[in-house]
Design a protein around this ligand. Structure first.
Ligand code: GTP
Ligand code: MG
Length: 289
């Protein structure tokens, strides 16, 4: 069982390790021949760390952007949006997608530098799936994972095949970063502890139109609060007097978002489209009267 997670966070939700942030990053950069920056596909900008990226590049080490949790987004839309991130590999550990490509990319970057057996440092925000990426590359659960952020607590070497050594790290933040809204969305701050759950839930609805509504089967409204109210009513989340409990509805959404259960609507739509095409095909196969 995992214990002691909270030694990583103060009650204010800060990360005491922040003082050690650069020490950790520098250590990983020094040890590694190739660096992976793992990013959450649903929140690319919020889970990138420009300072770390320029530090890695400044040290002359190759950086590969690993966009994880691709099962939760419309990948084609995302691919166009982040063409400038290069080299970039899209993966999903739950769907085992993109890992041959990732292994190849690691070896290509290493071989460019005449390194046959690269050591690969895996950096990224808490909860983006660093340990899961390592496990999927390896094909077994060597690095422990958890839906709780801040789970991996120290550097850990994991051998992948005969030629690659991965270095798992605890999630790291930009120095002095205090973007609470992003922390709620990325799961760094637990849904139960979010200060303004309704604002965070509405941000998800704004940035990923239709995803929350599609999940709960409610209508979309310009005013997100109306949608939250409908979700509360549908789920029977009521305050005394029968009013919808917006706060609980919003926390529910955040919990499902952090767990990766709410997907972008485009994905749902593409499934719907597949089904429509399937039924149309069946219809057209019926003998005409
Ligand atoms: N939907 C989805 N969930 C994922 C994927 N990869 C990881 N997760 C989930 O994300 C959560 C965090 O995964 P970890 O691998 O522990 O993340 P981490 O970056 O190592 O986290 P820390 O060690 O806490 O910094 C877990 O609940 C995983 O199951 C993915 O490709 N798709
Ligand atoms: Mg981890």
């Amino acid at each position: 069982m995992h214990t002691g997670k909270h030694t990583f966070k103060t009650t204010a939700g800060f990360w005491p390790l922040m003082a050690n942030f650069w020490r950790l990053v520098n250590k990983v950069i020094a040890k590694a021949d190739v660096i992976l920056e793992v990013i959450d596909a649903r929140m690319v900008e919020e889970t990138r760390n420009a300072e770390v990226e320029s530090k890695v590049k400044g040290e002359g080490k190759p950086l590969i952007y690993v966009v994880n949790k691709c099962d939760l987004v419309n990948i084609e839309g995302l691919r166009k949006k982040i063409q400038h991130l290069n080299p970039c590999v899209f993966v999903s550990t739950t769907k085992h997608h993109g890992f041959t490509m990732l292994k190849d990319r690691i070896l290509i970057e290493a071989h460019k530098r005449n390194i046959k057996k690269p050591r690969v440092g895996v950096l990224g925000y808490p909860n983006v799936g660093k340990s899961s990426v390592i496990n999927t590359l390896k094909g077994s659960s060597a690095a422990k994972t958890s839906p709780e952020s801040g789970f991996t607590r120290s550097l850990q070497n994991v051998r992948v095949g005969s030629s690659i050594m991965m270095i798992d790290t605890p999630g790291v933040f930009p120095y002095l970063e205090n973007n609470k809204a992003a922390h709620v969305l990325t799961g760094v701050i637990d849904s139960g502890k979010a200060k303004d759950p309704d604002a965070a839930a509405m941000r998800i609805m704004e940035e990923h139109p239709g995803s929350v509504e599609g999940y709960f089967g409610v209508g979309a409204h310009d005013d997100g609060e109306i949608t939250l109210g409908e979700i509360a009513l549908k789920k029977g989340l009521l305050l005394k007097g029968g009013k919808p409990d917006i706060d609980r509805a919003a926390r529910n959404i955040l919990r499902l978002w952090q767990k990766g259960e709410i997907k972008e609507q485009a994905l749902v739509l593409s499934k719907v489209n597949q089904r429509i095409t399937f039924f149309r095909r069946k219809e057209s196969q019926k003998p005409s009267r």
